[in-house]
Design a protein around this ligand. Structure first.
Ligand code: SAM
Length: 278
């Protein structure tokens, strides 16, 4: 009797050891898959990278943490960047996106192309379509000459609220006008609302199906002058075929592609710089 209950206890404890080992092994496998194997595998495919980072991981972390990706990005800025130092804000966001969570900023690699185009154009008036958390806004605004103005448009109020704080943390609030609303409604109001005659530089980085209609709207509203530069992000991934077709074949533009990679991945993407010829 006593031996029988000893045997039962031994069997039970063995089962517990198997069960706990299986749980531990499963958790370790999931951890390796989530942190290493899947991120490494999706580095080379735009479709899988966007599905993994922008849909699966974002929704999972939102549910687990009860916060949004922009809020987590803002916390990383507040924790790691120095107030009034735009470069430290850019570095904090890039570090967060490379090591913690991917996000749809233009990123460091294409960001340095953006920097060189902004520096070359040295705009007095600049327009950004698609602010998100304000990463590219900070990149552009920190390079603007004194007295110049950057207007950035964002139609998602939650993103705009985070961007306002990121721009403020970088100390660039006096150079940036963040306007909430859809580009298609706001572009025709630029002259009335802000007294802008034309833009020297326009960064297109909002939803890809709006690039072409908004470029045409800028022309129709006479917001481009001879020499104005349009710089369009993500022309390969996710891609903007109608815009590229138009801008590369129109006699009104001189256009050039800058090859790079989708932010924080190894997937090909690039920027299209197009000079308006009048
Ligand atoms: C790729 S993100 C912008 C990233 C940002 N430029 C950066 O590099 O940090 C695109 C943003 O455009 C906004 N957006 C998309 N279509 C828009 C539109 N028609 N008008 C205003 N904002 C728009 C989205 O809500 C999103 O925040």
């Amino acid at each position: 009797m006593f031996r029988k209950s000893l045997n039962t206890a031994a069997t039970e404890s063995r089962m517990w050891v198997y069960f706990l080992s299986a749980c531990g092994g499963g958790a370790a496998l999931l951890y390796v898959l989530y942190s290493w194997l899947i991120p490494a595998a999706v580095q080379y495919s735009g479709w899988w990278a966007l599905l993994w980072h922008d849909v699966i991981v974002e929704r999972m972390l939102d549910a687990l943490t009860g916060s949004t990706r922009p809020q987590r990005l803002l916390r990383a800025v507040q924790k790691n960047a120095t107030q009034g130092d735009p470069q430290s804000v850019i570095n904090a966001i890039d570090h967060f996106c490379r090591h913690k969570e991917w996000a749809m900023n233009v990123g460091d690699e294409k960001g340095s192309i953006l920097d060189s185009v902004v520096s070359e154009v040295n705009p007095s008036t600049a327009l950004e379509l698609g602010t998100y958390c304000g990463y590219s806004t900070v990149r552009i605004a920190r390079l603007l000459p004194p007295g110049s103005q950057l207007i950035t448009l964002e139609f998602n109020p939650a993103y705009a609220a985070v961007a306002k704080q990121v721009i403020g943390w970088a100390g660039l609030q006096d150079k940036v006008q963040l306007v909430e609303g859809p580009s298609g409604d706001l572009i025709p109001q630029m002259k009335d609302l802000f007294g802008v005659q034309s833009f020297d530089f326009v960064f297109l980085d909002h939803w890809k199906d709006r690039y072409l209609p908004d470029a045409k709207l800028l022309e129709e509203c006479s917001l481009l002058r001879k020499g104005s530069v349009l710089l369009a992000d993500n022309v390969i991934c996710p891609g903007t075929p109608e815009y590229l077709e138009y801008i590369r074949n129109s006699p009104r533009y001189e256009s050039r592609y800058f090859k790079s990679h989708l932010e924080y991945t190894k997937v090909e993407d690039g920027l299209e710089k197009s000079v308006f010829l009048g």
